[in-house]
Design a protein around this ligand. Structure first.
Ligand code: DAK
Length: 263
């Protein structure tokens, strides 16, 4: 792949968007390669992913404006679908995905970070949805995910004004989980990912599914979703071993890597 790299560090996979010259802007090729990178993740081995951008300046400076500028209506729709399919793939990916936001996260960059489960950013990060200034609406789920992550009023303010915000404000409104220095960004993301990877993999996956699916329905239905996914954990070796260890006062936690198909 030309613009995306994938590496594995223990049970954590790191996907890096590597198009630094264009501040990691998302063109069709980057979207295709990202999709391919997610498809290549070995879910029998990897328990958490980190998504980041190459360089120190930008996570993703948005969809590629050069490519978009000449799109016809039909091509624009196809481009939108490519992005939306990828972002849903990330959002519903069986294992958690942490966005390590290393600079600009504008437009499609802010949107791709919001399709991840958790956002950690460097103190030079800048978030924003500048689309209305370009004559379009946020088209990769920005109107939907931002309104769900922060308050609807705050999302409307950011989107209507197209104002960029810095890391500290993004943290204050709940858009990011944590702000660290640029040097600390990847170590911090890896530390969090390793912490997630140390927990029972089926339980973690079921938590992601329960939260995601539950948020789409009313509380009565959400509780049923939770019950089902809670019940599923009782078929797993991790649940049996972890509870037996507790009862036997065995403090050493040894969780198995359970194949995806058993989920
Ligand atoms: N696209 C293409 N190239 C970009 C880019 C982008 N979004 N952002 C930056 N670059 C390129 C610049 O053109 C420049 O290239 P060269 O001139 O060196 O060849 C290089 O990256 C460095 O950028 P700058 O020289 O501008 O660097 P500065 O430090 O001066 O400024 C900046 C950094 C991030 C403030 C500035 O580059 C900037 O404002 N970039 C654009 C940010 C932006 O507006 N992003 C939102 C894009 S709109 C859709 C769904 C979704 C979308 C669209 C359609 N459908 C459903 C159909 C999403 C839309 C968006 O994301």
């Amino acid at each position: 792949m030309e613009f995306v790299t994938y590496e594995v560090n223990d049970r954590v996979g790191i996907i890096t968007i590597n198009r630094e010259k264009a501040l990691n802007a998302l063109n069709s090729q980057v979207l295709d390669e990202l999709s391919e990178a997610f498809d290549s993740v070995d879910l029998n081995e990897i328990r958490c992913l980190i998504l980041t951008g190459a360089g120190e300046k930008s996570f993703v400076a948005g969809a590629d404006i050069g490519e978009m500028s000449s799109l016809s209506k039909a091509e624009g729709e196809a481009f939108g679908k490519k992005g939306n399919d990828l972002f849903r793939k990330i959002e519903t990916f069986p294992i958690p995905v942490i966005a390590a936001v290393n600079g600009f996260a504008l437009g499609g960059g802010c949107e791709i970070s919001m399709s991840c489960d958790i956002r950690i950013c460097s103190d030079n990060a800048v978030f924003g949805q500048p689309e209305v200034g370009l004559g379009i609406t946020p088209g990769f789920g920005g109107t939907q995910r931002l309104a769900r992550l922060v308050s609807p009023g705050m999302a409307k303010q950011l989107i209507y004004t197209a104002r960029n915000i810095k890391a500290d404000e993004a943290y204050r409104i709940g858009l990011v989980n944590k702000v660290v220095s640029a040097e600390e960004l990847m170590p911090e993301a890896q530390k969090m990912a390793a912490g997630i990877a140390a927990n029972a993999p089926i339980a973690v996956r079921n938590c992601k599914k329960a939260i995601n699916d539950g948020l789409q329905v009313d509380m009565d239905k959400a509780i049923v979703i939770e019950e089902k996914l809670f019940g599923d954990c009782f078929e797993t070796e991790d649940q049996k071993a972890a509870m037996a260890n507790f009862l036997e006062k065995d403090k050493e936690k040894k969780l198995k890597v359970v194949p995806f198909k058993n989920c």
